[in-house]
Design a protein around this ligand. Structure first.
Ligand SMILES: Nc1ncnc2c1ncn2[C@@H]1O[C@H](COP(=O)(O)OP(=O)(O)OP(=O)(O)O)[C@@H](O)[C@H]1O
Length: 222
């Protein structure tokens, strides 16, 4: 599902980040691990084509993401990738339901209200569809963002630090929800985290350990 070789990225004015090679079969769970600033968010951005590698290759589902044109990449991302960002980026000008309609509109598709209602129900949000995101608790808002990420049944679900600043109970709930939601849509799940509780909860998950930035380069896949 994901294959990387000699993957390197350099943010403007910063030393290059070198990432360990990876071969991840479809359906597995991957933890992208390492201390703050080691490049976890950058790796996720490369995986969904928001960034282009400086060198090397990121292949997702057989597609070399960096080789796609910008419009093709945007289309590919809309069809294949769900993203649960650290900052949720829900629009407070819109209701919860309208936030979930946006991905359809962005893809030029008719809004599938049955799918919107089904995902709201699955994630325990059915009664909150008319609220604005600012009228939700932090956990409810995160579930709305997760609903938005999986609504198009992506092949790849990316989550950036989904348990940061959660207590142990909420952390366990979010991990269960992520796993169940990824399974429900058949997605490969990639979680970027420096939270040791995630690795403890998912001992079977693959780990991509990133070395501190700048060099030396990352270690091999665990
Ligand atoms: N837009 C940018 N311009 C310049 N440098 C950047 C930019 N974005 C990230 N960096 C640098 O690239 C490195 C990797 O950042 P990244 O956000 O990928 O790390 P991270 O492991 O996700 O960190 P955290 O756990 O704190 O979220 C850091 O040293 C960061 O300062």
């Amino acid at each position: 599902m994901i294959r990387t070789r000699d993957l390197t990225h350099a943010h403007a004015g910063a030393a290059p980040l070198h990432f360990p090679d990876l071969d991840l079969p479809a359906g597995q769970t991957l933890l992208v691990r390492g201390d703050s600033g080691c490049g976890k968010s950058t790796w996720l951005a490369l995986a969904c084509g928001l960034l282009t590698p400086l060198a090397g290759e990121m292949c997702v589902g057989g597609v070399s993401v960096g080789a796609l044109s910008r419009p093709a990449r945007d289309r590919w991302r809309g069809e294949q990738v769900g993203f649960l960002p650290q900052r949720l980026r829900l629009s407070d000008a819109l209701s919860v339901a309208q936030n979930l309609e946006l991905p359809f509109i962005a893809r030029g598709l008719p809004v599938d209200r049955v799918a919107v209602e089904a995902v709201l129900k699955r994630l325990g949000l059915a009664g909150l569809a008319r609220r604005k995101p600012s009228q939700l608790s932090g956990g409810q808002a995160q579930r709305v963002a997760l609903a938005r990420a999986v609504l198009q049944r992506p092949a790849l679900l990316l989550a950036d630090e989904p348990t940061a600043s959660l207590d142990d109970t909420a952390c366990a709930q979010v991990l269960t929800l992520l796993r169940e939601t990824a399974d429900a849509v058949g997605a490969t799940l990639v979680v970027a985290t420096h939270d040791a509780r995630v690795a403890a909860a998912w001992p079977q998950a693959r780990a991509l350990r990133l070395a501190p930035h700048p060099l030396p380069a990352g270690e091999a896949v665990a």
